[in-house]
Design a protein around this ligand. Structure first.
Ligand SMILES: O=c1ccn([C@@H]2O[C@H](COP(=O)(O)OP(=O)(O)O[C@H]3O[C@H](CO)[C@@H](O)[C@H](O)[C@H]3O)[C@@H](O)[C@H]2O)c(=O)[nH]1
Ligand SMILES: [Mn+2]
Length: 746
């Protein structure tokens, strides 16, 4: 462990962004002014005025939540060289990869992630890579076996030539890396050989050719008679670093936890808990890095950077986990689907780093094992302080596991020289069984916490509420890159899952407000959590606001001030748009990208967010349960992405997630038609004005935001909104118009 007197292994700097603060304060004043104006103009009181006031109050709250989250951003700087000088021996680190479905997550992607982990710049005998396969797929197993054979050539190649991106998929298809070492004929020869081997590997693990080759024979016999949701635990040691060679290959272990149809398996959180227990029995490293199957390491020194924080004398007492940012690779130009979240991450992550620390993002994160086992920062020095009985109740009945957990909690490294991996496999199968957690603390006090399909944020929250901090680690080059989901259905499903998960957190006993009042979550961190939870709440108000627009035009009433007060929302709108454009330009992004994000944030919120709200309502009413739908991961196109005209086109499917948006669009169109044909009723009270330019402008603006949907009404194939959705939306629109008419005639 680090020497107490040495220089800090990492430092944190808070930076000021006065320009941002001034503009945002000005915008806040405008928002408050608008609310104040609504309250004092008694003459304007009406139903639309009241609804508008309600929605705008909510938008103002959201604005303040975002404001405090981003108010005092910080960055950390790590010093891995100091780390290497100050520690006698580097600690072991367990590496976890999760995959769930060989069709949605092609094994070649998982293989690349695993290869990039095996090739980390860290002593190989201190690393062990565990792959959890929730798909129970012989192909994934076979792919990993082949990958480990390939790794014997690949890893030395990477280390010899200091390759930076150690995933062949990217190394061979990106622009060639330039370095002095790779200009020799020898290098070129080896490069060609590696590329050839990789091509063979990818051909072998292709889904179609594999299915044809009857995969249940020989080594794959364990997979015969298994179904994805009904099979015993399968644990296979694919590669064991027998002689503990520092320059060999890390252990590679395949795990498919037991699944039975009637037993809840808790999706990814359940998989993570199995990984934690199995690795606890085998290597029991005090630190664990977890990545999704598509998150490739693009900075091989990342472990050293993260450990600089975790082993720093101060960090050791306070920091529970180190989160690296999520960025995407081979993304489409100008972010047509608004899902690369560049600006969001740019503001949010440092903002959080300046508070209690970044949220746990589910991937690219280094955890301390004892924190995952439920340790609080204040009982670090004290013993575990609980009886054997309680200990067993918390961690389950496996004696071997209890022993390893006791070691981990004391922060001691389990000396594995008496452990022969192949011998522990039996015990490991037991802790990977689906009955193991029954009646224990797993998922409640220990491990990844159950109850939300964004288990990551929930687990991070339970750690923060114990008083731990977390840190952001952003060395250059960026440590991990993943694949951004495609547009349309995939991205909507993901956004809906996130918003649903956030709401589940809001209604569970770890709700940030409770945690802040009664536990150790700091107030501003609580507001930051509330800000992301708001992804599932704000959509309700957005949908109301959009309906209000149509209502005002259809009934010839107004909700916007018609005197000089109109200048307040106009000023807000103008300043906000100019300010956000500048923010994009300053980050080196285009105006197009800005616009795509502006409009997509309306679309995702009103569709995915609103549906998430409804699905949580259904869960509360016990009508349906929420599920974790895995995001489909597409291989990056081998051709030039920029040439593919269709790549950025919005696609639809039958999912109800598109219904709110389609309805809102039809409503605005109907309102416009009513206005243009002069079908609006006369103004109800003569002392009032009817709907004005303001309402028309807002409605037109909304339709421009919904451009992909507008096109979707007339396109063909997957670019078209399905007829069934259009019909449902049309029925809802008719109902709404009918209701409006009823209200005015009554
Ligand atoms: O039953 C399941 C479902 C998912 N996964 C794995 O979980 C990971 C994340 O799933 P993905 O479909 O890629 O979801 P994303 O929305 O891209 O993931 C983000 O959001 C999730 C929470 O919703 C977090 O768990 C992820 O870490 C975070 O990257 C993948 O490796 C999956 O293989 C499982 O292991 N078992
Ligand atoms: Mn993902």
């Amino acid at each position: 462990m680090a020497n107490q007197n040495s220089l800090p292994l990492y430092e944190k700097f808070w930076y000021k962004h006065n320009y941002k603060r001034v503009t945002e304060s000005l915008l806040s004043v405008l928002l408050l002014w608008l609310l104040g104006y609504r309250v004092i103009s008694i003459n304007n009181y009406s139903f639309p005025w009241f609804v508008a006031f309600l929605c705008e109050s909510w938008f103002t709250i959201s604005w303040f939540l975002a404001l405090t989250t981003q108010w005092s951003p910080a960055v950390t700087k790590t010093y891995p060289d100091r780390l290497l000088q100050s520690v006698q021996e580097l600690p072991p680190v367990d590496l976890f990869v999760t995959t769930a479905d060989p069709e949605l997550e092609p094994p070649i992607i998982t293989v690349n992630t695993v290869l990039s982990l095996l090739a980390l710049d860290y002593p190989a005998h201190k690393l062990a890579c565990y792959v959890s396969d929730d798909g129970c797929s012989p192909l994934t197993f076979y792919a990993l076996q082949e990958a480990s054979k390939f790794a014997k050539f690949w890893v030395p190649f990477c280390k010899k030539y200091e390759v930076q991106v150690r995933a062949p998929l990217r190394y061979f298809f990106d622009k060639p890396e330039v370095s002095t070492a790779n200009n020799t004929p020898k290098f070129k020869q080896e490069w060609l050989k590696m590329k050839d081997m990789y091509d063979q590997l990818s051909r072998k693990i292709d889904l179609d050719s594999f299915t044809k080759s009857n995969p249940c024979l020989g080594e794959f016999a364990t997979f015969s008679n298994t179904e994805r949701t009904n099979h015993p635990s399968i644990i296979q040691v694919i590669w064991e670093n027998n002689e503990s060679l520092a320059d060999g290959l890390p252990h590679l272990i395949y795990i498919s936890r037991e699944k039975r149809p009637k037993q809840p398996h808790h999706f990814k959180a359940g998989a993570m808990n199995v990984l934690t227990r199995v690795s606890g029995l085998i290597t029991n490293a005090p630190f664990m890095l977890n990545v999704d199957c598509d998150m490739i390491v693009s900075n091989p020194k990342i472990v050293l950077h993260a450990l600089s924080i975790l082993l720093d004398p101060k960090g050791e007492k306070e920091v529970a986990f180190v989160q690296c940012p999520q960025q995407f690779y081979a993304t489409l130009k100008d972010d047509p689907f608004g899902n690369q979240m560049t600006i969001l991450f740019k503001n949010l992550a440092p903002g959080l780093a300046g508070l209690q620390g970044p949220f746990y993002g589910g991937t690219n994160c280094f955890h301390r094992r004892k924190v995952i086992y439920g340790r609080s920062p204040d009982n670090i020095e004290k013993g575990s302080g609980i009886s054997d009985e309680e200990f067993k109740e918390k961690f389950g009945a496996s004696k071997d596991f209890l022993k390893s957990a006791a070691f981990a909690l004391k922060g001691r490294i389990y000396s594995p020289n008496d452990i022969n991996i192949s011998n522990v496999v039996d015990v490991a199968s037991q802790v990977a069984g689906c009955g193991y957690e029954y009646g224990t603390g797993w998922g409640k006090q220990v491990g990844w916490i159950y109850g939300s399909i964004t288990e990551d944020v929930l687990t991070g929250l339970t750690i923060h509420e114990k008083g731990w901090r977390s840190e952001l680690c952003t060395p250059s080059p960026i440590p991990f890159t993943g694949f951004a989901p495609g547009g349309g259905p995939t991205s909507m499903a993901q956004q809906k899952r996130w918003a649903t998960g956030m709401l589940e957190i809001f209604i569970c006993k770890h709700c940030p407000i409770i945690s802040s009042l009664f536990r150790k979550l700091t107030l501003r961190q609580c507001l930051a959590y509330m800000w992301i939870i708001n992804w599932g709440l704000q959509p309700v108000f957005e949908v109301c606001y959009a309906c209000l627009l149509a209502y005002c035009i259809i009934t010839n009433s107004n909700f916007l001030p018609q005197d000089l007060g109109i200048r307040i929302p106009i000023a807000f709108f103008a300043i906000y748009k100019v300010y956000t454009v500048c923010e994009y330009l300053a980050a080196g992004l285009s105006v197009r990208e800005w616009w795509n994000n502006q409009r997509m944030s309306r679309i995702t919120s009103m569709n995915a967010g609103f549906c998430a709200f409804l699905s949580v309502l259904l869960k509360l009413l016990r009508i349906s349960e929420t599920v974790f739908d895995v995001t489909k991961k597409d291989l990056p196109p081998t051709g030039n992405v920029l040439d593919d005209k269709d790549a950025g086109r919005y696609t639809f499917d039958e999912s109800v997630v598109f219904l709110p948006g389609t309805t809102i669009l039809l409503l605005q169109l109907t309102a416009m038609v009513i206005k243009l044909l002069g079908l609006q009723p006369p103004v109800p009270t003569p002392s009032r004005n009817g709907s004005g330019l303001g309402e028309i402008f807002c409605s037109v603006y909304l339709m421009i935001c919904y451009w992909p949907f507008l096109r979707g009404l007339f396109e063909t194939g997957k670019y078209r909104i399905p007829m069934s959705t259009i019909c449902k939306a049309a029925i809802l629109t008719c109902l709404f118009v009918h209701l409006c008419r009823r209200i005015i005639t009554s």
